[in-house]
Design a protein around this ligand. Structure first.
Ligand SMILES: N=c1c2ncn([C@@H]3O[C@H](COP(=O)(O)OP(=O)(O)OP(=O)(O)O)[C@@H](O)[C@H]3O)c2ncn1[C@@H]1O[C@H](COP(=O)(O)O)[C@@H](O)[C@H]1O
Length: 109
């Protein structure tokens, strides 16, 4: 396992869209359209909340995984590269890291 897994999953999702395969759940979602994909994102989000509230870590991990997969399908359906989200997260972590560093520096002067 490594942190490239989301990128690989996104590539598989793109490949399913370009090369439809029988029995593929991803193709089924693309066929149904964006409203179905959004419905699934909403369902998986709600299931994640319920699992977390119940406090069973294994269930929460499973629901978060379902949610991330469906988010990958949503990004692909909207023609948004995964890198757009990863870059935004990267930008925020640099910005927030800088802000924290500035607060520490202010505090020490
Ligand atoms: N990560 C996933 C993944 N996570 C969840 N799911 C599917 O998401 C569905 C969620 O279950 P639900 O009970 O909510 O939905 P359902 O009743 O099956 O179907 P709906 O009619 O409600 O949509 C299940 O069918 C799961 O199999 C996934 N399907 C595929 N992937 C990845 O996508 C790749 C390609 O899969 P295929 O497109 O199926 O070849 C796989 O190798 C995996 O890496």
């Amino acid at each position: 396992m490594n942190d490239e897994v989301l990128k690989r999953l996104y590539q598989v999702v793109l490949d399913r869209r370009a090369n439809p395969q029988e029995g593929s759940y991803t193709c089924y979602l693309f066929d149904k359209g964006v409203d179905k994909i959004l419905k699934k994102v909403g369902e998986e989000c709600a299931e994640t909340i319920i699992a977390a509230k119940n406090g069973v870590q294994e269930d929460t991990v499973n629901e978060c995984s379902d949610l991330l997969y469906h988010l990958m399908v949503l990004l692909a359906a909207q023609n948004i590269p995964l890198d757009a989200v990863l870059s935004e997260l990267d930008r925020r972590s640099a910005k927030i890291g800088n802000l924290k560093q500035m607060r520490v520096t202010d505090h020490n002067t």
